[in-house]
Design a protein around this ligand. Sequence first.
Ligand code: ADP
Length: 155
Amino acid sequence: YAGRPAGSVISERLHKLLVNDYKAMPIVVSESASAYDAIVTLFLEDVGTLFVVNQKGYLAGVLSRKDLLRASLGNKSLEDVPVGIIMTRMPNIVTCQPEDTLYSAAKKLIDFQIDSLPVVRPAEGEDSRNYELVGRVTKTTIAKAFVELGSESKV
Ligand code: ADP
């Protein structure tokens, strides 16, 4: 790196970080779960966003805190509200893949104004238009990587 401005060294390092090395575990509920179940899961797992999977285990939707707050404004009992009717549904889900750069995932969080991205892999064979869930990238993931980049000891 001799003779190069420090900024480009940092940028080079930043653009080498991969989603696969930073992703966290996806926290999921099934499409038939109730909004009540989803809220309980949110607290038990200490996350802000849940991913919803269908019977085959493929990604069906995303459920945010505000999706659940909105549902709880209605008069209906939350036990009787299936998450399938309040989630943001496929194919309108913004995703990333394990081999993507963490930077590109962070850019999606900003561009789409969302807190969380499911990390997915297309299913094998005839199910290839479906996604298997392999992780999550959230604003926390990005903040952790940012702190790591800024700490001298960890290069
Ligand atoms: P909150 O709604 O709690 O502020 P977000 O900003 O992440 O959390 O979510 C805003 C909206 O975008 C919600 O309706 C949510 O379902 C949806 N959403 C969240 N993540 C994604 C994603 N990865 N792809 C598509 N839509 C998403």
